[in-house]
Design a protein around this ligand. Structure first.
Ligand SMILES: [Zn+2]
Length: 379
């Protein structure tokens, strides 16, 4: 087992200091390559604990293939503290969400994917894959050079393009995040649904095979374009390169004990991909399509007593939270006069809730999975 460490500069600060990130690549025998990164949102820390546990595990286990780890993938966001709180989700300068700054490289570079598909349609899928990975590496290099020469490489582009470029070599891309106050859940594209069960998450959100700026989409879109272009010239393939976003609980928490359990999901996926020996298993889960992942916004301002926690199921009519509006309350009947309730309008599972109990009207209170599909898969 061999470890290779590389360092990439990502941002020069106003004082001249340079922020950089390290990649740690472990290589065993021949096999597939997996990319694992954490903390693109700076307050989302648990993925780093998972990476440490996995690195530790790999030092005593035989590996077929290679894995690149990028802990603390966005050092600027991690260092962006407001009081004791980490403001890591948005670039404080531009306001952009760090996980919406990626690009669909095939569209952005105007690459002629139909030409590539036509040139290689008669070759084996394994050969096409390795040729396309080489092509992707060149496309990223050229695109970056174009942006740099036109001086249009913004601070957001630089980090996100770098991460995409590093990940483009992989057969599996795992982007480790957390929610605000959240249960553990997984984003999976439609074509990856069967494989997603090997990651052993109890809650799965199915996303469309289209681009909305996130890393998981940015990593699978070139392959979706290629699959579609090959189909047009009469070659139908089963896409075996996946990209997932894994949400390991709540932000601002780092727990090695929980990570020892969290890492099992990735170990199981690595077994499925053939990097580790052993038979992968699946667990039962609930899934829903992104259209049925609903945000419950606050109808009022006030102080909130949350009655349901992430991971809990609820039924239509349940009281999800109580609101206390302390303006103009009746002091002879203080509690009842200040109180109102938020009722569930349909059945579902709480996935995220707002970390604060002080909310303005219109803020996001809960994110919930509805119209659940039950996947009974325990083996
Ligand atoms: Zn995140």
């Amino acid at each position: 087992m061999k470890w290779t460490i590389n360092n990439y500069p990502v941002k020069e600060l106003a004082t001249g200091e340079e922020l950089s990130l390290n990649t740690y690549t472990v290589t065993g025998g021949s096999g597939k390559h997996v990319h694992i990164q954490a903390s693109v949102h700076g307050a989302e820390l648990q993925g780093n604990a998972v990476i440490l546990q996995l690195m530790e595990y790999l030092n005593t286990t035989e590996l077929k293939g290679s894995i690149t780890f990028i802990p603390l993938a966005n050092p600027y966001a991690t260092n962006n503290k407001h009081g004791t709180y980490t403001y890591g989700r948005y670039n404080p300068v531009t306001g952009h969400n760090w996980n919406r700054n990626y690009i669909d490289i095939i569209q952005a570079s105007k690459y002629d994917i139909d030409q590539f598909a036509n040139n290689h349609k008669d070759q084996e899928w394994g050969t096409i894959k390795s040729l396309f990975k080489k092509e992707l590496s060149n496309i990223f290099k050229n695109h970056q050079q174009t942006l740099t020469s036109k001086r249009t490489l913004s601070e957001n582009n630089k980090l996100n393009l770098l991460l995409q470029q590093i990940a483009a070599k992989a057969d599996g891309i795992l982007d480790l995040h957390t929610g605000p106050v959240a249960t553990r859940y997984l984003y999976s594209a439609e074509y990856e649904t069967d494989v997603s069960h090997y990651l052993k998450f109890k809650h799965i959100l199915i996303i469309p095979e289209s681009f909305d700026g996130a890393m998981d989409e940015a990593a699978f879109m070139p392959w979706i374009h290629l699959r579609n272009a090959l189909s047009k010239v009469g070659k139908d393939i089963t896409l075996d390169i996946e990209s997932f976003t894994l949400e390991f609980g709540s932000e601002e928490t780092f727990c090695m004990k929980n990570a020892a359990k969290d890492v099992e999901s990735i170990i199981n996926y690595l077994k499925y991909k053939g990097l580790l020996a052993g038979t992968p298993d699946k667990i039962s889960s609930h899934s829903c399509h992104l259209d049925n992942y609903k945000t419950i916004y606050s109808l009022k301002g006030g102080l909130v007593d949350y009655h349901f926690q992430p991971g809990q199921k609820f039924l239509k009519g349940d009281i999800l939270a109580s609101f206390y509006n302390l303006k103009d309350l009746d002091p002879s009947n203080p509690i009842d006069s200040a109180k109102s309730t938020v009722l569930a309008q349909e059945d579902g599972i709480i996935i995220n809730r707002c970390p604060s109990s002080s909310v303005h009207q219109g803020m996001e209170l809960f994110q919930v999975m509805t119209k659940l599909k039950e996947n009974r898969l325990d083996t």
